[in-house]
Design a protein around this ligand. Structure first.
Ligand code: DAK
Length: 255
């Protein structure tokens, strides 16, 4: 299977599983990844997703032999058939990238489409597209400038040279850097922290943050207000406040 999909309590672990090609996206991997994302999105029992790669790379991006020539032939039909979080699919449940090695091209675009990012010490991040005569096509030119200062974004996009995990941490591209052996423990512990919070509130926080980025402040404030108006009608809001006042842990029901 090009993608492993494992449910662990309220967390889905989605693993790109094409290690022989450093988890480069060919049509099979793209289709299976799209399917896994839709399953995650539609499964009410799943609150958090962790995305990682099998082997020593996170993902080397689009498959240069199999996918990139298809772009030339059919424009982006290949990609439209398999919408993903980089382009075509919005998922408001929180996503953690557990970056276990190189994240290049589409691999870095996938990292950028995740909300929280933990990397191993040997991970590297780059956009080699300009060395191929291309620019990123899964939102990299747009999301990188929202993630790091513009000089770092320009360095990544114009020079095509990767940066280290240490530099990614320094520039705020990732939340944490850990030894390889601690990666999944760290990602699952972050997922557990998310699962302790009210799931609908976490999703609304993501929606407000992501959609708000594309709005003038006044519109963003309206969005925040209407989303909060909805949250105060939920059972979980009552439960969260009651648990706080009663000095106990809340039991959220996603309602
Ligand atoms: N595609 C296909 N195969 C790849 C690959 C890739 N991107 N990256 C690695 N592989 C394969 C290698 O060919 C090799 O296979 P064999 O030769 O063993 O059969 C195997 O994985 C191991 O790779 P290496 O032998 O090269 O391993 P090294 O450790 O020596 O080097 C590396 C690791 C990551 C530095 C190197 O593999 C590398 O530079 N890979 C290419 C990375 C790259 O350029 N990625 C960007 C691809 S462009 C769009 C949407 C999306 C995109 C574009 C448009 N539209 C919606 C329009 C996205 C574009 C991209 O991502």
């Amino acid at each position: 299977m090009p993608v492993d999909f494992i449910k662990e309590d309220k967390t889905a672990v989605i693993t790109l599983n094409r290690p022989e090609a450093l988890n480069a996206f060919d049509p099979e991997l793209s289709g299976a990844f799209s399917e896994a994302l839709v399953n995650f999105m539609n499964d009410d029992s799943l609150w958090v997703g962790i995305i990682t790669g099998a082997g020593n790379a996170f993902s080397a991006g689009a498959d240069i032999a199999a996918l990139l020539p298809a772009i030339k032939k059919n424009s982006d039909e290949q990609f439209k058939k398999a919408p993903n979080i980089m382009r075509g699919l919005s998922i408001w449940k929180p996503l953690i990238a557990a970056v276990n090695g190189a994240a290049l091209g589409g691999g870095l675009e996938l990292v950028l489409a995740c909300d929280l990012r933990i990397a191993t010490e040997n991970a590297m991040f780059g956009f080699p597209e300009v060395t191929l005569g291309l620019v990123p096509g899964w939102g990299g030119t747009q999301r990188i400038t929202r993630a790091v200062p513009s000089a770092i974004a320009a360095e990544l996009l114009f020079l095509g040279r990767p940066i280290s995990a240490a530099r990614a941490l320094q520039t705020g591209l990732v939340n944490r850097v850990v030894p390889r052996s601690d990666l999944m423990t760290a990602a699952k512990s972050m997922a557990a922290g998310l699962c302790r919070c009210a799931p609908l509130a976490v999703r609304v926080a993501k929606q407000a943050m992501v959609q708000g980025l594309d709005m003038p402040l006044e519109k963003g404030l309206d969005l925040e207000k209407s989303l909060n108006d909805y949250l105060v009608t939920t059972e979980d809001f009552n439960e969260g406040c009651a648990a706080h006042l009663e000095k106990r842990k809340p039991t959220f029901k996603e309602r």
